[in-house]
Design a protein around this ligand. Structure first.
Ligand code: GLN
Length: 286
């Protein structure tokens, strides 16, 4: 795109217009204000108060490239390189899934229930570390571990622990290849890959083209693959009366209740997300 002048107010409307064929207006506007806030410290209201703010050549260039990336569906969170997750500011790179609002709800729910002191908690498939870190922030006396098969994701998680001053132990492994080496824990949490290949047709290009495929997708024939692997690990990892919490595919509520029953969990509880979809499940080990 060509910028007509360097007045930020004008540039903002030009950028929004430029993005309109690709995104809905509100979405385009939100993304552009995200950029102006992150790049130039100008929120929407700051811009109203400073209508004369002009950009330098290099500032214009960074805005230009960001809009170009947005037009090819790069998620705005990867362009900015960070997201807010509950009270945390987290780095995100294409090596990790962008934390979703549903997952904030999962953490909120767990923090309402798990109020005991000194709990040992393991998050499997930690990605950016969002769940493990937010749990540690809510439960400073707990010992929290985050496990992932991706070294690139663990680099991001470690960085997020450091930048938020949270002491979470991150370690690497593959649930399908080896037993997780950890003393028994009170709580296991996971938001594993659960999107079926056949659901791709209803997904946005920003997710399909830029987010880590292996963090999202499962074969149609084995949609509960990760849950089965995690439940198998939990047989050895969870203390008696230990709790398991999962985020799940909304289409798999009934199947997940059956699966937890098969593994002999009690008090199995299916919980809906803010959109009214069955999205979370918990159970207590006998
Ligand atoms: N909720 C995410 C999405 O719809 C998927 C998260 C996951 O696979 N664990 O993109």
């Amino acid at each position: 795109m060509k910028f007509k002048n360097n007045l930020l107010k004008q540039l903002v409307s030009d950028c929004i217009a430029e993005l309109m064929p690709t995104y809905k207006k509100e979405e385009a506007a939100q993304m552009v204000f995200w950029l102006t806030e992150d790049f130039f410290g100008m929120t929407k209201s700051a811009l109203l108060l400073n209508p004369e703010r002009r950009l330098s050549e290099s500032e214009m260039l960074s805005l230009h490239f960001a809009v170009k990336s947005l037009k090819s569906h790069v998620p705005v969170q990867y362009i900015i390189g960070k997201v807010e997750f509950l009270n945390l500011s987290l780095q995100v790179t294409p090596a990790v899934l962008i934390p979703r609002p549903e997952t904030e709800q999962l953490v909120d729910w767990i923090l309402q229930i798990e109020t005991a002191q000194g709990l040992k908690i393991l998050d499997i498939g930690t990605g950016s570390g969002c769940i493990a870190l937010a749990i540690k922030q809510g439960l400073p006396n707990a010992s929290v571990w985050g496990y992932d098969q991706s070294s690139d994701a663990l680099v991001v998680a470690l960085q997020n622990a450091k930048s938020n001053g949270l002491d979470v132990h991150f370690f690497k492994g593959d649930i399908f290849q080896e037993k997780i080496e950890l003393d028994p824990v009170d709580v296991v949490i996971s938001n594993p890959p659960y999107v079926m290949q056949s659901e791709k047709s209803v997904m946005q290009p920003n997710v399909l083209e830029y987010e880590p495929y292996t963090a999202l997708f499962v074969p149609d024939e084995t949609p509960l693959l990760y849950y089965e692997g995690i439940l198998k690990q939990a047989q050895l990892l969870l203390k008696p009366e230990g709790r398991i919490y999962f985020e799940i595919n909304e289409a798999m509520g009934t199947e997940m209740v059956a699966l937890l029953n098969t593994w002999d969990y009690k008090a199995v509880h299916l919980k809906h997300d803010l959109n009214g979809k069955p999205r979370f499940i918990s159970g207590i080990k006998q």
